[in-house]
Design a protein around this ligand. Sequence first.
Ligand code: NAD
Length: 486
Amino acid sequence: MMTTETAGTISFHIDGVWERPASRSLHPVINPATGATIAEVPYAEEADIDRAVRAAHEAFLRWRDVPVVDRVQVLYRYKTLLEERQDEVAAILTRENGKTTADAKAEVRRGIQMVEVACGMPSLMMGDSLNDVAHEIDSKTIRQPLGVCAGITPFNFPAMVPMWMYPFAIACGNTFVLKPSEKVPLTPTRVVELLSDAGLPAGVMSLVHGDKQAVDALLHHPLVKAVSFVGSTPVAKYIYATAGAEGKRVQALGGAKNHLVVMRDADIGKTVDAIIGSAFGAAGERCLAGSVLVPVGEAAGPLLERLVKRTRSLVVGDGAKPGVEMGPLVTSDHCRRVRSYIDKGVAEGAQLLCDGRENRTSDGGFFLGPTIFDHVTPQMSIGREEIFGPVLSVMRVPTLDDAIQLVNRSPFGNATSIFTASGKAAREYASRIEVGMVGVNVGVAAPMAFFPFAGWKNSFFGDLHAHGKDAVHFYTEQKVILSRWF
Ligand code: NAD
C-alpha cells in the first residue's frame, strides 16, 4: 500500500483495497512553496467510478443494518487516531496546499470537531412520535440512510471539507465515495487511511481521484443517491443542475465575495488583527476570507493607516517554516490569475496601498504578497468577482445603510462581518443583511461543527447545508409510520 509519507503514485481506495492503477493518466502533485513535484495522482475513468460505486452499494446493504451505536464506535476510534496523527496530517497539508503550519493544524482541528459531532448520531438521528393520533393509532417518524453518497471537494481545505461530509454520511448508515481536489490528493488519502485503520468495514468509504470525467461519472451513476459538492460557483451550479436532473439529492456550496464592515466606534487594534487574519490568512484562499473592506464614514482614516502598516510587515514564505504568516498560492496558474486581478485593479483606476507584486519571495514557489486597493467600486472586477487570493478591496461608504445596500447587491452571500461597539448597529446589520454567515467583531464567521455552514445566493445551491443538523437531514430520508394493533 502506498502511504502519503512515501508519496510516489497515489492510490484509489475501492472496496477496502488500495489500488495503484498503472494504466491511468498520471498528473503531478506540486508543493506550491518550492514548485517541486511531490507525488503523482492517477485520474479515475468511468470504469473506476463504476467499480467504486458498486462496491459502495454492496457495502451499504450491510452497513445500514449495523446499529448506529456500533457505527459511531468506528468514529470514536477515528477521532483518537486523528488526534494522534494531527501534526503529521497538518504537515502533509502544508506541503501540498501551501498554508502555514498553524493554519493547517487549525484546519485539522476543525475536521476532528466534525467527527466529534457525528459521534452523537444516536441522538441526532432520533425521530418524533405521538401516540393516539387517532383512536388507538400511534405515529412516529424514523430516519433512514439513503445509500451511496458522493463528495466532490476543493483544494483549499483538503482535510476539513471532506469531513463536513463523510463522518455524518457514514454515521447515518450511508456509504461514501470521495473525489477530492486533484491538486491536493495526499491529505484526503492520509485521512481515509486513518479511517480504515479505525476499523471501518471495506467499501463503506472509498476514495477516487480525478477531474471532470470522474465527477461526471459520479453525477450520472444510478446508484449514487446524494451528491455533496464544495468548490467554485460555476461548477457548483453545474453539479446542482446535473445531479438534480438525475433525481439525486444535492448540496452544492460555491464561491464567495465577503464584506467586512467597520464602524467608526470599532476597536481599531482588534479590528485590524481580525481583518489581517480574514483577508490574508491561508493567502486569501478561503471561502470565508474577507475580500472587501467597507469602512463607514470617518472609520477609514485611522483604520487604513494601521492596516497598511501591519500588512507591510507580514512575513510571506514557505508555510512549513516557523515565523511565516502567509504561504504561497496553490498553483502557478492560480498565482498568475490573482496577479492579473492586481493588474486589472490598477487599470480600472483603484488606488494601490500595498502591492503584492513587489514580493520578492521565490524559492521556486508561487508567492504573491498581500495587496490592498483603496477607492474600489462595485463596478470594478476586483470589487465584483471572487479573486481567491490575498487581495483586499476597500469600498468607502458614508452610512451603515449604504453598507447594507452595497453588501446586499453582491450576487454572493456566504459570509460577512461587522466591527462596532454598538449593539444596535450590529443587530440591524445581522438582521437586514442577505448573507448566510454573519460575524460581529469576528473576522472569519465560520460556524462550529454543530451549526450549519449556511451560505446564501450564489454561494449555495440546495436546501440543506453542510454539517450541523442539516447534515443529518441531508444524509437521511424520513419515513412516517402509523400503527394500529388489534
Ligand atoms: P473548483 O470548483 O475548481 O473544484 C472543486 C472540485 O470540482 C474539484 O474536486 C474539481 O476536480 C471539480 N471540478 C472542477 N471543475 C469541474 C468541472 N468543470 N466539472 C466537474 N467537476 C469539476 O474549486 P477549487 O478551485 O478547488 O476551490 C476553490 C473554490 O471553492 C472557491 O471558489 C471557493 O470559494 C470555493 N469554496 C467554497 C466553500 C464554501 O463552503 N462555500 C468552501 C471552500 C471552497
